[in-house]
Design a binder for this molecule. Sequence first.
Ligand SMILES: [Zn+2]
Length: 271
Amino acid sequence: MTTRILTNVKLVLPGSILPSAAVRIEDGKIVKIEEWRGELREADCDTLDGNGNWLIPGMIDVHIHGANGYDMMDGTERSIQEVSRACAATGCTSFLATSVSSDIDSLLNMIRSVKRVKGQEEGARIAGIHLEGPYLNPKRKGMQNEKYLRHPDLNEMQAIFQEAEGLVRMVTIAPELPGGMELIDYLKEQGVIIAVAHSDATYEEAKAAFAAGASHVTHCFNGMRPIHHREPGLVVAAFEEDHVSLQAIVDQVHLHPAILRMMHRLKGLRR
Ligand SMILES: [Zn+2]
């Protein structure tokens, strides 16, 4: 049995924070948490001084395209490893390698490079792939390249899933496009998280998508029809649906802090 004790950490627990804690780990599992008083009774185990830093559960990044100048769409293993290391350095222990809208060949190349790196990650683990597009609405394109935006194509999506061999975990779509609802049915059968963004969906269109199985909003408020009191759009539809979770870009540029507070108040911790 390998025992390791992490001392002197600010420990985040569900609903509380222990300002000074020691954590005992046996064979990779946390078995005991106690208050740290500056000394260790057992001397015969491996200890690591946390220097008063935070100890939190590993975060999962569900939306990352690249890091430190590397873009995972370039189809190289190096870019994926760079993201893996960058994630680990910021407290993320796993991530969804996220594509942007592109031609089919680039997309399949990216998927192949993710498959090659999976299991060989130098930092955070690959939890799967998030396809952001290419079935998005040019009216709300944001940073997506309009040249590659297209209507949902089930044959193409099947080819992508075949290449990905179960790695696709999330797909961001614009459900109001022709064929959008059929695409939701297909994605639901595949058991992936259906996310909505880069979408001009009205309130009614969004309600239909959420009823059919969509359950997440990618970068909520950005790249979608804004709230209007006569046409509340997809954002209000998402607020109303308990099963729908929200993603937010928390950089104080994409969203005003008051909007973040409102999202938090309306959706709570879990969503
Ligand atoms: Zn986006």
